[in-house]
Design a protein around this ligand. Structure first.
Ligand SMILES: Nc1ncnc2c1ncn2[C@@H]1O[C@H](COP(=O)(O)OP(=O)(O)O)[C@@H](O)[C@H]1O
Ligand SMILES: O=C(O)C1=C[C@@H](OP(=O)(O)O)[C@@H](O)[C@H](O)C1
Ligand SMILES: [Mg+2]
Length: 182
């Protein structure tokens, strides 16, 4: 049996990176630019459990959240032509890293800690992982996650650029890569 490998152009695009770097916002814009369906894994989890993420953590617990996250990433990462934004903790699971890196183009949205700190006020209310932690603890978590994010195909470092600017840059670089390699 001959199994045809997916072309670069067919592969789904996956966004990874720490909470709040803009995976959901930028992923949605890139999907619009490329006329692709957009899948936000957290939104899918909310649909499955019929409640917002903070309630999933509170009422059902993080282990069940992580299990559902893994199930859904495996489902969507095996499909073609999607743009998929993961939650910031997803890449800590080896099975998630493997399925994404083997089937999709993985884009890492990177931000320096000093720029990220400025955004924290936008995030505290609906990111249960940040709640009850000191800034020092959050900084430690930020750096401890970098090892998992180091597994990617492409990276962009964001500082003061708007979501639209970042999304347009990513869209153009994907189109250039598709032309170059195929
Ligand atoms: N490039 C950006 N510049 C300024 N604010 C941004 C940018 N990208 C995202 N945001 C804001 O930061 C917050 C987190 O964005 P979100 O897309 O939910 O990030 P993530 O999915 O990585 O957690 C939102 O309030 C969003 O409007
Ligand atoms: O980093 C994490 O562990 C989490 C990140 C969140 O997604 P975003 O990265 O989209 O905020 C969401 O999945 C959940 O609150 C847990
Ligand atoms: Mg998100």
């Amino acid at each position: 049996m001959i199994i045809k490998e997916k072309s670069l152009r067919e592969k789904s695009i996956v966004f990874i990176g720490f909470m709040g770097v803009g995976k959901t916002t930028i992923g949605r814009l890139v999907a619009q630019n490329l006329y692709r369906s957009f899948i936000d894994i957290d939104e899918q989890i909310e649909k499955e459990f019929q409640m917002p993420i903070p309630d999933v953590f509170k009422l059902i617990g993080e282990p069940a959240f992580r299990q559902k996250e893994k199930e859904l990433v495996k489902k969507y990462a095996n499909q073609s032509l999607k743009v998929i934004s993961l939650g910031g903790g997803a890449f800590m699971q080896e099975e998630i890293r493997d399925v994404c890196l083997n089937n999709c183009t993985v884009f890492y949205l990177d931000m320096p800690w000093d720029a990220w700190k400025e955004r924290i006020h936008l995030l505290m209310a609906d990111r249960p992982v940040l709640q009850g932690r000191s800034l020092e603890d959050i900084e430690e978590l930020f750096y401890s996650r970098q090892t998992a994010y180091a597994s990617h195909h492409s990276k962009i470092t964001i500082d003061k650029d708007s979501p639209e600017e970042v999304a347009d840059y990513i869209t153009n670089s994907l189109k250039t890569a598709w032309k170059l390699y195929e």
